[in-house]
Design a protein around this ligand. Structure first.
Ligand code: GCU
Length: 659
């Protein structure tokens, strides 16, 4: 990926490192080992021989993770600060930036979720099997739409510790400090990861991550007291249930003293939760929080709670309102060590969604904004989709006025807030299935650290680190493709924020009515007159009212709403004239054709880098671009044909539509 050890070694071969640490911990030991074992560089015990000094200065900053770099010095407020400074030093060396920087992370929690399952499969994974679980050699793309967990025998762990060490390094180098290992849909043996003998194995993984400054978390099944504890109930107010959890948690801390806590998906898409017992989510989360209190552990509680048995016949039902309705009334009711993990948008990681209105509105509850690096709805690492521009636009969107730091500023315990994302890595040779999809992994970490960086800067950094051997012109070509790729995907996938026209469950490729008459609450309501979801207060579901009044007004009004957001909020006729001066139907046609032509252009540009980038990367991306073209063409043909047949209106350019 972006840390090319031989290149770094070459640049630093004449340097002699010296570690000035009063005390050693697992992170300082890791630092020493990074210098000596990973990079094979010199480390001296004599200060006067040193050319680069590493030291801890607890007065450097009030942030314990801060660092300061100078030409011959890397300092940190703590050992973790030095670690981040060390990778920043390497990054700056590699891309030839001045060795002068003082920096502290903006987000306290910078977390990665894995949706890995104990049989080695990865829910929504597009880069081969799990790096944590499973014993088999195969590196298939596992997402075939079935997420059943198989029993694979006694040792469910992959035990590939070398790979995990590499992974820990990648994570730390971009500032990640928390990770959950297993899928939030906790099934089969996954439920038992929190108890012996599995938790002892988890501790071996946690130890590696810990040395990279990363805390390990596990996702838990809400019904674990019943499923593995054999209790008659999992009711959070039952004494024996509370006792059971506190015993389990106390045992975890004996085995993993710096364990991070639990991630919980409760009352969501069929997963069990407190509603089953007539309890609310605060009661559910606080019960666990109490058991964690003595250990400073966290309960990360997801707000992805909606009715997945929606009646499509009732147009007033609106899944977009669900998280707000379930959680807003509980603002201020959660314990200090509970954090709500909230998806950035109100539906499900679509290529165009407005910001989830809970952000800005919640003022008394700790929060994490959730992103999806694994490209479930964004082309599945087949189609190119550098998503950092979209993520940053969510972070910078101001609801109730606190763009950028809304999440931190509205969390009563700011150290219990931040960003989290489901990662896109697996056993695939290049970790991400598509080499260029690494940019999203890198970009997520960098934007957690500093969301004042823009998408262009982050991409530029990643390209320079990853493709250091190629010239600036070639780098620029790849840059041009990637920087426009999120928009290109939107053009042929879901223009004007229509969303949800994809193949059900699998979520790749078009199926215009795939979800239309189903129970999942993701509709477009196309008819012979128009398309879009009326979420206005005046005539629709009233969702717009969940935003700050000035924003609500903008979304409510056809005059004020941006074209890109139109169909998420309004049902409009095909002949309606957009701000772009064209009719809705013509815009639908144009954007789909434009999407296809952008992909054709990407292929041409990519062909022109042949011989410049290494052969594996060239072939990997070329193969995927060809698949992307088929996908884009398919979207274009199906969506345009569908809307032609619905509306009977011709494309004014006379292009190919299948009548
Ligand atoms: C999406 C995704 C599921 C996942 C869920 C979640 O709906 O399709 O696979 O379990 O999100 O975030 O929990």
């Amino acid at each position: 990926m972006w840390l090319n050890s031989s290149k770094i070694k070459d640049i630093l071969k004449n340097e002699v490192f010296y570690c000035n640490f009063d005390e050693e911990d697992s992170v300082t030991l890791r630092l020493r080992s990074e210098i000596v074992n990973w990079l094979g560089l010199k480390l001296t015990t004599k200060q006067e021989q040193a050319t680069i000094k590493l030291e801890i200065d607890n007065k450097l900053d009030k942030n314990l993770e801060a660092y300061q770099i100078k030409e011959q010095q890397i300092r940190g407020t703590s050992s973790k600060g030095v670690l981040y400074g060390f990778y920043a030093y390497l990054r700056r060396k590699l891309i030839k930036l001045p060795l002068e920087e003082t920096s502290a992370p903006q987000q306290a929690l910078r977390m990665i979720n894995h949706w890995d399952q104990v049989d080695g499969t990865v829910e929504r994974g597009y880069a081969g099997k799990s790096i944590f679980f499973g014993r088999f050699g195969s590196n298939d793309n596992t997402d075939k739409g079935s997420f059943e967990v198989k029993d694979i025998g006694t040792d469910i762990f992959r035990n590939d510790f070398t790979r995990l060490e590499m992974y820990g390094r990648f994570l730390a180098s971009i500032g990640i400090n928390a990770i959950s290992l297993n899928n939030v849909n906790v099934r089969g043996l996954g439920t038992s990861l929190i108890i012996s003998p599995y938790i002892e194995k988890v501790s071996e993984i946690a130890k590696i991550f810990s040395s990279f400054g990363i805390k390990t978390f596990l996702a838990v099944n809400w019904s674990a007291p019943k499923i593995i504890g054999k209790l008659s109930s999992s009711d959070p107010l039952e004494c024996e249930v509370r006792l059971w959890w506190s015993k389990v948690i106390s045992h975890i801390y004996q085995v993993i003293p710096d364990f991070g806590g639990f991630v919980v998906k409760a009352d969501s898409e069929g997963e069990p939760g407190p509603y089953q017992y007539g309890r609310n989510h605060a009661e559910g989360a606080n019960m666990l929080a109490e058991a964690f209190q003595a250990y400073q552990g966290l309960v990360i509680w997801r707000t992805f709670v909606y009715n997945s048995q929606t009646d499509w016949r009732n147009r007033k039902n609106d899944r977009a309102k669900a998280a707000y309705e379930n959680f807003m009334p509980l603002d201020g009711k959660f314990a200090e060590n509970v954090i709500l993990q909230i998806k950035f948008g109100p539906i499900d990681f679509g290529v165009r969604e407005p910001l989830m209105p809970l952000f800005g509105a919640l003022k008394k509850t700790n929060q994490l904004m959730e992103f999806q690096i694994t490209a479930e709805y964004l082309g599945q690492q087949i189609d190119l989709n550098y998503s950092v521009p979209q993520w940053l636009s969510m972070i910078h969107f101001s609801n109730y006025g606190q763009a950028k730091d809304t999440v931190r500023d509205n969390s009563p315990v700011p150290s219990n807030s931040g960003f989290v994302a489901i990662n896109n890595v697996g056993m695939d040779e290049n970790w991400c299935g598509n080499k260029l999809a690494q940019a999203n992994f890198y970009g997520f970490g960098r934007m957690c650290w500093d969301n004042n960086l823009n998408a262009e800067q982050i991409l530029d950094e990643w390209l320079k680190l990853t493709f250091s051997e190629i010239d600036a012109i070639t780098q620029k070509k790849i840059f041009t493709i990637l920087i426009s790729s999120n928009r290109t995907y939107e053009l042929y996938n879901a223009p004007l924020s229509v969303g949800s026209m994809m193949v059900p469950h699998y979520h790749y490729g078009p199926a215009v009515n795939g979800y239309e008459y189903d129970r999942w609450g993701a509709y477009h309501f196309a008819d012979c007159n128009g398309v879009g979801v009326d979420r206005t207060v005046a005539t629709g579901t009233g969702y717009t009212s969940l935003y700050e009044p000035s924003i609500a007004k903008k979304f409510e009004s056809l005059e004020e709403i941006a074209d890109e957001d139109l169909l998420f909020f309004h049902h409009v006729n095909y002949n309606y004239i957009l701000h772009n001066g064209k009719t809705l139907i013509q815009t639908i046609y144009d954007q789909h054709f434009e999407g296809v032509s952008c992909v054709k252009n990407y292929i041409k540009v990519w062909q022109s880098v042949s011989g410049e980038v290494d052969e594996d990367t060239y072939n990997n991306v070329a193969e995927r671009l060809n698949l992307q073209l088929c996908n884009a063409q398919n979207w274009c043909d199906q969506v345009n044909t569908y809307f032609y047949r619905m509306s009977g209106i011709d494309d004014n350019q006379g292009r190919q539509i299948y009548k």
